[in-house]
Design a protein around this ligand. Structure first.
Ligand code: EPZ
Length: 422
């Protein structure tokens, strides 16, 4: 079993460049199904979830060539199946992102119903309702979703109850060949949605309004393969900016657009972190005590839920008390429970976490609850008194490429250690 072992109290500073966004790359890979031929994606993060999506596409018949660590050449002209089995969806629920493209290309798809995960039920009812409005019929058979469009897909207006990222993406991808105009109201506005729309338009689609709450898609007859660069990962970047805020020393974080972290950077400035915005990133450091501020997670441009754990790590060392409210997922406070083992003083009340700042963390054995909580626990280890070991780090490997090496390059005393299995 691999663990990450951190020795706290060392100077951590320097420059780090983040990879392409996990939460864009996975959907861009799925979208290559829409453009039969050789698509090339660059700036693709070399992470476990990308490998799983590669397996999904290969299972559908695509041919994937890894040109270099961050460039994939995906030939989808050979895609001849529309079935995505349970063992792949169970590994990664983002596999459901092939639903829209398969329906657009073949008029049918069989995708295993995703189970819940440890941050919530992760239902796809909004995906299904929206696709039904486009003319898709569903039946659930022994855990598999069988989707068909007997009369093809036709444009319509779909209003989402919640600005769901995944539902917005599946509806945009499903409607690129639909008959007529599709309008998505209350669409998610995340930068990863804009990245997907940009690539679809490069392929010849007609997607307007991505990044706003109203997205319009005019059906076209065919899309052609392209080369596209994945947008920089704002959440990986935010994790390193939070690290700078935690350790206090200057860390330059490059490879992303600071505008994609607007509210996070403004909140961090309110917390006493200095942020110098640059063309391709930011320089961040802290000279003052961490000021306690309240945080509410919301869909973009609100405060991203994927930055909640990393930010709570900072607030746990704040000068006063504050409230962190999680409005996106129903169970995303496991990090808060785990960090208590290191001395944090946090009380969970429903979807609020009341955080009382303490003077410091003490190193301990902790378990990564999910991708972002795991990264936040490693962060906490950097400033804890003594040694921290984080287990279940497969969560971290899903979304952070070379996380340990990047921290080592900043001077952190961090190692990945393989413990003898008991
Ligand atoms: C994407 O998940 C991201 N994952 C998540 O990142 C991110 O936290 C989330 O968007 C919100 O920004 C990927 O892009 C692969 P949602 P997604 O649909 O699409 C509920 C990470 O750490 N919901 O916006 O699943 C859902 O249960 C991961 O990188 C329904 O109820 O997010 C959740 O509570 C974690 N029915 C909320 O809406 C639906 O049909 C937001 O989900 C769809 C969603």
């Amino acid at each position: 079993m691999d663990v990450i072992r951190i020795e706290g109290g060392h100077r951590v500073e320097g420059t780090v460049t983040v990879e392409g966004a996990k939460n864009s790359a996975l959907k861009l890979m799925a979208a290559t199904i829409l453009a039969p031929g050789i698509n090339t994606l660059t700036n693709v993060p070399n992470i476990a979830d990308v490998h799983v999506m590669g397996k999904v596409l290969t299972r559908l018949g695509a041919r994937i060539e890894v040109i270099d660590e961050h460039t994939l050449r995906i030939d989808t002209s050979t895609v001849d199946s529309w079935v995505t089995p349970y063992e792949l969806v169970a590994q990664m629920r983002a596999s459901t992102a092939v639903l829209g493209p398969l329906l657009a290309r073949f008029g049918k798809a069989t995708v295993a119903m995703p189970g819940g995960c440890n941050i919530g039920a992760r239902k796809i009812d909004m995906h299904i309702l929206g696709l039904q409005a486009l003319g898709v019929e569903f039946d659930l058979d022994h855990g598999d979703i069988n989707a068909t469009a007997p009369q093809g897909l036709h444009g319509t207006t779909v209003a989402l109850d919640f600005a769901s990222v995944g539902a917005t993406e599946n509806l945009v991808m499903a409607s690129v060949h639909a008959n007529g105009l599709t309008v998505i109201e209350n669409a998610a506005r995340e930068p990863e949605i804009v990245d997907l729309a940009n690539m679809l338009n490069e392929m010849g689609a007609k997607v307007r309004g991505a990044g706003s709450p109203i997205i319009e898609i005019e059906g076209v007859s065919e899309l052609r393969p392209v080369t596209h660069r994945v947008v920089g990962d704002r959440i990986e970047a935010g994790t390193f900016v939070a690290t700078a805020g935690l350790v206090g020393y200057p860390i330059e974080v490059l490879g992303f657009d600071p505008a994609h972290l607007g509210l996070v950077l403004r909140k961090y400035e309110q917390m006493g972190i200095t942020i110098e915005r640059k063309e391709r990133g930011v320089l961040a450091w802290r000279e003052k005590p961490i000021a306690s501020v309240d945080i509410q997670t919301l869909p973009f441009p609100g405060f991203p839920t994927d930055m909640q754990a990393q930010t709570m790590c900072l607030l746990a060392l704040g000068t006063k008390s504050c409230v962190v409210t999680e409005n996106v997922f129903e169970n995303r406070f496991m990090f808060a429970s785990e960090i208590q083992r290191m001395g944090a003083d946090i009380r969970i009340e429903g979807h609020h976490a009341i955080v009382h700042g303490v003077g410091g963390f003490s190193g301990a054995q902790v378990k990564s609850p999910d991708l972002r909580g795991g990264a936040a626990l490693v962060m906490a280890g950097l400033v804890a008194d003594g040694v921290t070991t984080v287990s279940d780090i497969y969560h971290i490997d899903r979304g952070y490429e070379r996380f340990v090496e990047k921290l080592q390059s900043l001077g952190a005393h961090v190692q990945r250690v393989t413990l003898p299995s008991k």
